[in-house]
Write a protein that binds this ligand. Structure first.
Ligand SMILES: C[S@@+](CC[C@H](N)C(=O)[O-])C[C@H]1O[C@@H](n2cnc3c(N)ncnc32)[C@H](O)[C@@H]1O
Length: 237
């Protein structure tokens, strides 16, 4: 009988670890994910040990280069958290655009507000990645870092990204890789998985190694081909 209790306790603690620690509430629904981030918000930056120099090298400067042809680029950062991507942009003295951060957790958003206070090239709003409150083809770039694997309907989220980004606009997304990607069945995770979904939508993604747990995926939104007009008089003599 004692063995039975030991087995039950082991299974229950394994399940708890998978549901709440490894996958951060993902399989319990968006509300649980957001609730956990509400609890975690104050400690997020410290635990992540986010260093501006790295953010600039891997995110800020490459994104600025990718948008170099756009005069005042509008960037949408989905699931912005404490404002990591917006900070990497607005701290560049020659950034002339606008970064809009969308985030579902109120407390993460409060941290982002604090971090971005005084920067007038950033804006924040509360919202869900599955239903962005922006018009079609309204932004020059969509970024989403360390968040796609937590979305219950990731395909719908990708479609939202492609709806709001302008044709020819930039997508900068992270893909969860490494051993723990196995713990996200039915989500977008695992090397090559996000790239496959993007290719199925007509994009040609490029992968950069970023962190042990994440690849960075760059892509350009498809530009609709103008229908070729066939001149009727071509074969006339
Ligand atoms: C690991 S954090 C990443 C934050 C930020 N992008 C970064 O790289 O530091 C994941 C974030 O996704 C947010 N999130 C999760 N599901 C979301 C959803 N459906 N819509 C918007 N934000 C969401 C969480 O609240 C959390 O702030």
């Amino acid at each position: 009988m004692t063995w039975l209790w030991i087995i039950v306790a082991l299974v229950a603690s394994g399940l708890f670890y998978w549901l709440f620690i490894l996958t951060e509430g993902t399989y319990l629904g968006s509300r649980v994910v957001v609730l956990l981030y509400d609890w975690y918000a104050r400690r997020y930056d410290k635990v992540k040990n986010i260093l501006y120099v790295n953010e600039l090298a891997y995110l800020g400067l490459p994104l600025s280069r990718a948008l170099a042809q756009v005069d005042e680029p509008v960037i949408l950062d989905v699931a912005t958290g404490t404002g990591r991507l917006p900070l990497a942009m607005v701290r560049q003295p020659d950034f002339a655009g606008l970064v809009l951060g969308v985030e579902a957790s109120e407390r993460m958003l409060a941290e982002a507000h604090e971090a971005l206070a005084g920067y007038d090239r950033a804006g924040l709003l509360r919202g869900d990645a599955h239903a962005l409150s922006l018009g079609a083809a309204s932004v020059d770039a969509v970024t989403c870092l360390e968040a796609l694997e937590f979305m219950p309907r990731p395909e719908g989220v990708l479609d939202e990204f492609l709806r709001v980004v302008k044709p020819g606009g930039v997508l900068l997304l992270s893909n969860r890789v490494g051993p723990d990607a196995w713990f996200f069945p039915g989500r977008i995770a695992g090397r090559g998985n996000l790239e496959r979904r993007l290719r199925a939508r007509g994009l040609e993604p490029r992968t950069d190694c970023w962190q042990f747990h994440y690849d960075l995926i760059w892509a350009t939104a498809p530009v609709a081909q103008a229908p070729q007009t066939v001149r009727k008089d071509t074969h006339r003599r």
